[in-house]
Write a new protein. Structure first.
Length: 685
């Protein structure tokens, strides 16, 4: 009889749900991954992607030994080497660069895993000790996160489970069915109990299909809609005057701004009807409790930060925060109790203050020759938990930067991604089933522990172990790397993350999760985390950043023009998560091939029919894909579902060939959905 065990863990992926997992292991082999039914938020349910996690762990294409480049950059030609050979050479190369200027070394990482230990622990200690350039990790959420902080004082809001009690839910900039499944389950409970669901999204998403109403506004116009809703709340006196007086700052200034935005003005900007705006305002102003599930899609435009600020002001106008089923949720990550300084040890920098380089502009960063203002030319990049050649904007520049023969590149990976193809060394990393980690969430308020369910496949090592081993090799060249803190195990780092907090590590070991103690309604009596303790409509601190202190509508960088008349957004395909899972056969089959959703009238104008091969282009480049006339794109909009690896594209590109590197108004974030293109049919040969 086989030996069967079940191991508790956590989903590592960049999703607000952060599900609790149960992995069934038979004689050392993981045979099934399922949701933990004891965790109330997960309730035994996983998305289609993660339920196939064993397919990813045991994938035939997985990198299972260190590889050294043996051909030109990008050729995919590599030779297996030993760990000692790889680490010794990497340490020597990094040490040599650091002796001249450590800021010429850049770590590049994001949320390939959301676990604290494998994403921001031993790696931070290593690069702090080295004195490498710091990375501004902006590529996903920083515009919305900073905007929320400037309004509420931090990343916090409603507890997600209380959406089940709401009577009106605005799902704003979120395809929850695809990217926030467990919130959607709460929304469905509310719907069955009589709640009205309204989707606000430029795309007619799968979520929009299931809502009572869909407001299909133009990309980048969310702030204009929010201001018009405020206008209607004011003129119809659908306001909680007591809440405004006690718990908000800058109401009179915000009121004056909102009164500049009647529905007629907003309708013209947003591409909606006046009646749609008035009806939504009436529902929001007269239905209690009313809740907003805001997500990050709508902040990926030039004015994204202002848009988040405007929407975040709305609950205070009607006093929605008084009820635990009212208010707004964008992110709850601010309540995570983790002791990040203990894990990351920023004190290892000493008096050094390295420059900070923005990950969203990595194309320009790698192509910069260096000068007095920029600092030294980047000579080495260590990439982990990310695939920048596929996911970063204006990817032709990103690919050109990583193709530099003089750039020393190390990539920690599971697979030979576009970025790994350009590496000098590829180091095999463990998957979630093979290492320790600890997780917070940006969609619920629990902490989860991930225990290794199986031994690492092949020669794979955890990110934590790789940086420990690299520090050991560096210690032969620099004695500072011999310090005891470079020997802390992954399990020890998990323990350190919650030491002296309200979370009991032994409870995590026993149950796999623990609840963060929080009030049901965080802002029922104000108590915002802002300096004033109030919801700050008018934030004077923004003036010091050169930003308008009141939320406002800021037009996109790239409105449609005669040359490029179509707005383009590029949300993830339902069965992918950014560039993760694109090589999992069962999921890739469901997506079929890179697609561009078009409105039938826009397609007809160009002689395009469903399934046609297309050339999508602008001044930055072109991408070849196929037409989908599935009714999800509004007139004047195309939707490039992503993110396929570039080498999976028909002409070696993906949708990021078309995006630019300009940054948002707040948070220095990318503007993926602020993009104009033209589309042509490619005639069959």
């Amino acid at each position: 009889m086989p030996h069967i065990a079940q191991v508790r863990g956590a989903c590592p992926h960049d999703c607000p749900d952060t599900c609790a997992l149960i992995t069934t292991v038979a004689d050392g082999t993981a045979i099934k991954v399922q949701g933990n039914p004891e965790h109330a938020h997960t309730d035994g349910v996983l998305c289609a992607k993660v339920s196939k996690y064993t397919e990813r762990t045991y994938h035939a294409g997985r990198v299972l030994q260190p590889l050294k480049r043996s051909g030109p950059k990008g050729s995919g030609q590599f030779t297996p080497v030993s760990w000692d050979e790889a680490l010794a050479d990497i340490a020597q190369r990094l040490h040599h660069i650091a002796q001249h200027n450590p800021e010429a070394i850049l770590p590049y990482s994001y949320a390939g895993t959301m676990g604290l230990v494998q994403s921001e622990s031993m790696d931070r200690r290593f690069f702090h000790q080295l004195g490498a350039s710091l990375l501004d990790r902006t590529i996903c959420a920083s515009a919305g996160s900073e905007a929320l902080t400037h309004t509420y004082g931090g990343k916090l809001g409603m507890r997600v489970e209380f959406f089940a009690e709401s009577q009106l839910i605005l799902i704003w900039g979120s395809n929850s069915i695809a990217s926030n499944l467990h919130f959607w389950r709460y929304a469905q409970v509310a719907k069955r109990n009589g709640a009205k669901l309204v989707c606000i999204d430029p795309r007619k998403s799968e979520t929009a299909d299931k809502c009572h109403e869909h407001l299909q506004l133009l990309p980048g116009t969310d702030a204009a809609l929010a201001l018009a809703l405020m206008h209607e709340l004011i003129v119809n006196n659908w306001l909680d005057h007591d809440y405004l007086a006690q718990y908000t700052q800058g109401w009179e200034a915000l009121k004056a701004r909102a009164l500049e935005w009647p529905p007629e003005r907003s309708a013209q900007v947003c591409g909606l009807t006046v009646e749609q705006i008035q009806s939504l305002a009436r529902d929001y102003g007269t239905t209690k409790p009313a809740a907003i599930r805001l997500n990050y899609g709508m902040q990926r435009v030039r004015g994204g930060g202002n848009a988040v600020r405007a929407i975040a002001c709305l609950p205070a106008l009607i006093g929605a925060w008084r009820n635990r089923a009212g208010g707004l949720l964008l992110s709850s990550s601010g309540v995570s109790p983790f002791n990040r300084p203990a894990v990351q040890m920023p004190q290892l920098l000493g008096q050094r203050r390295p420059r900070t380089l923005n990950m969203s502009q990595i194309g320009d960063v790698l192509l910069h020759e260096g000068d007095a203002q920029f600092g030294p030319k980047v000579q080495a990049v260590v990439v982990y938990n990310s695939n920048p050649v596929a996911v970063a904007p204006e990817s032709a520049k990103v690919a050109a930067g990583f193709a530099r023969e003089d750039l020393f590149t190390v990539v920690l990976e599971h697979f030979m991604t576009d970025t790994a193809d350009n590496a000098d060394y590829v180091l095999p990393a463990t998957t979630q089933l093979e290492h320790w980690d600890i997780h917070g969430s940006y969609g619920h308020t629990d902490v989860l522990l991930n225990r290794p369910a199986i031994a690492p496949e092949g020669q794979a090592r955890s990110n934590g172990q790789i940086f420990r081993d690299l520090a050991s090799h560096m210690a032969r060249l620099d004695s500072a790397f011999a310090a005891a803190h470079f020997s802390d195990s992954d399990e020890a780092l998990c323990r350190a993350a919650v030491a002296h907090t309200a979370i009991d590590f032994e409870e995590l070991m026993e149950r796999g999760f623990a609840h963060i103690p929080l009030p049901d309604a965080p802002f029922a009596e104000g108590r915002f985390a802002t300096p004033s303790g109030k919801c700050e409509f008018d934030n004077p601190a923004l003036a010091r950043l050169g930003i308008n202190t009141l939320p406002d509508y800021i037009p996109n960088y790239e409105p449609p023009t005669a040359d490029y008349p179509l707005a383009m957004i590029s949300p993830p395909a339902r069965n992918f998560l950014n560039s993760t899972f694109t090589n999992v056969a069962s999921l890739a089959r469901m997506e079929d091939k890179p697609m561009l959703e078009m409105h039938p009238d826009d397609a007809a104008l160009r002689g395009i029919t469903d399934g046609d091969r297309l050339r999508v282009f602008n001044a930055r480049g072109e991408h070849v894909c196929h037409a989908s006339l599935n009714g999800r794109a509004r007139l004047g909009l195309v939707v490039g579902l992503g993110i396929w690896w570039r080498k999976q594209g028909a002409n070696g590109t993906n949708v990021n060939e078309l995006t630019h590197q300009k940054l948002t108004d707040i948070g220095r974030a990318p503007c993926f959905y602020d993009c104009a293109v033209q589309v042509q049919r490619i005639a069959p040969t």
